[in-house]
Design a protein around this ligand. Structure first.
Ligand code: NAD
Ligand code: MG
Length: 391
């Protein structure tokens, strides 16, 4: 029996993970569930999945969670606060941790799972973007395995021989990350001036949380994924290519020196990647309908429009700058996306905020988590200042 902690259980990835787990009660058990503030949704998931521990990140809601669980006749431990997430990730209650919290808030629990030697199913891409070298060191020290859940990285993982090879030694020439292009593919900058949060969150192929939906619309999501691929697979920036593929059926590809290109295909449903990561190296049924290529629209591929979708170019810039530039990029982007979702920043200005903050805080080496935390705070302050001056 595999005991699974799902951090971010009330989210989109959390829900898909619980769906896969529920299909295999003999094999997987959800032993830890967490949420930020959605106390009602968390209590309902606990009533359904009967974990050993429920963690609510906002301490003010612990009493309410306990009350709701008692009223529903659910007997499980209750904890609260940011530190309780990391403690749960490292606890003996789980051997597998699904890191499905959104944003930098997921960093500490992801690192804790890595350091404790858990099987780490990484959806929270922001944590590897911020702290790539530290996360890989923690994985090495803990001795667990990291299996990417992000569909592109999961696809690449499946197309590489045996886990995390060094590209030079495995005959790999290039990693090709596919991108749907988001809801605004093909539009010019002039056409993106008055985009609303609702329009940005309406993704053509995937149903996701609001932050990643906006990132998909700006192509920052692909930028974060380029950085994620760099760390996960040891690929230099020049060996990572982004290719727009609007049908989202080819989830990514690996090009080898002999001219072979291996691709992983499937319907756009995160349960495939989650089931793969949960069961690896075995395979389990995920509830995803079989791909019917004969009935699909023709597969198209085109280069990304970096002049319109500047966030992708900024992410490549941060990766090339190295050090903590990706963490600065991520922090500025989180602040800008929040402001956009609140109606306080135009869509196209997200890239302006990120660019200004990257210029204000030149890269420094990644030393340790506290220093990174400080730089993350500095970048958020700088982003808020840029926002105030822009409005
Ligand atoms: P979501 O917004 O649907 O869910 C986020 C979860 O994190 C919720 O359970 C929420 O309660 C929790 N959370 C939010 N802020 C928190 C905080 N401060 N402290 C503790 N918990 C907090 O997001 P999602 O779409 O499920 O994405 C989760 C992560 O997975 C993101 O990093 C995203 O980039 C990545 N990802 C998502 C998808 C997808 O299809 N949704 C695909 C690939 C990668
Ligand atoms: Mg992805």
């Amino acid at each position: 029996m595999q005991n699974v902690a799902i951090l971010g259980a009330t989210g989109s990835i959390g829900g898909s993970t619980l769906d896969v787990i529920a299909r295999h009660p003999q094999r997987f058990r959800a032993t830890v569930l967490s949420a930020h503030r959605q106390v009602e949704a968390l209590a309902a998931l606990c009533a359904q999945h009967r974990p050993e521990l429920a963690v609510i990140a906002d301490p003010a809601l612990e009493g309410e969670l306990a009350r709701r669980l008692r009223a529903a006749g659910v007997r499980c431990e209750v904890a609260s606060g940011h530190d309780a997430l990391a403690a749960a990730a490292a606890s003996p209650l789980c051997d597998t941790v699904v890191a499905a919290i959104v944003g930098a808030a997921g960093l500490d629990s992801t690192l804790a799972a890595a350091g404790a030697g858990k099987r780490l199913l990484l959806a929270n891409k922001e944590s590897i973007v911020m702290a790539g070298p530290l996360l890989l060191q923690a994985m090495e020290a803990g001795g667990g395995v990291l299996i990417p859940v992000d569909s592109e990285h999961n696809a690449i993982f499946q197309c590489l021989p045996g886990g995390r090879p060094h590209l030079g030694r495995s005959g790999v020439r290039k990693l090709i990350l596919t991108a749907s292009g988001g809801p605004f593919r093909g539009r010019s900058r002039e056409q993106l001036g008055a985009i609303s949060p609702e329009q940005a969150c309406k993704h053509p192929n995937w149903v996701m949380g609001r932050k990643i939906s906006v990132d998909s619309a700006t192509l920052m999501n692909k930028g974060l994924e380029v950085i994620e691929a760099h760390h996960l697979f040891g690929a230099p920036a020049d060996a990572i290519e982004v290719l727009v593929h609007p049908q989202s059926l080819v989830h990514s590809m690996v090009e080898y020196v002999d001219g072979s290109v291996l691709a992983q295909l499937g319907n756009p449903d995160m349960r495939t990647a989650i089931a793969h990561a949960l069961a690896w190296p075995e395979r389990v049924e995920a509830g995803v309908p079989a791909l019917n290529l004969a009935a699909c629209a023709p597969l198209q591929f085109e280069p990304p429009d970096l002049a319109t979708f500047r966030c992708l170019a900024l992410a490549f810039q941060a990766l090339r700058a190295g050090g903590d530039a990706p963490a600065i990029l991520n922090a500025a982007n989180e602040v800008a996306v929040e402001a956009f979702l609140a109606g306080a920043l135009p869509f196209l200005s997200i890239a302006d905020v990120v660019e200004a903050v990257l210029a204000e805080l030149p890269a420094q080496p990644v030393v340790d988590v506290p220093t990174l935390g400080q730089r993350d705070r500095l970048a958020r302050e700088a982003a808020r200042r840029v926002l105030r001056n822009a409005c």
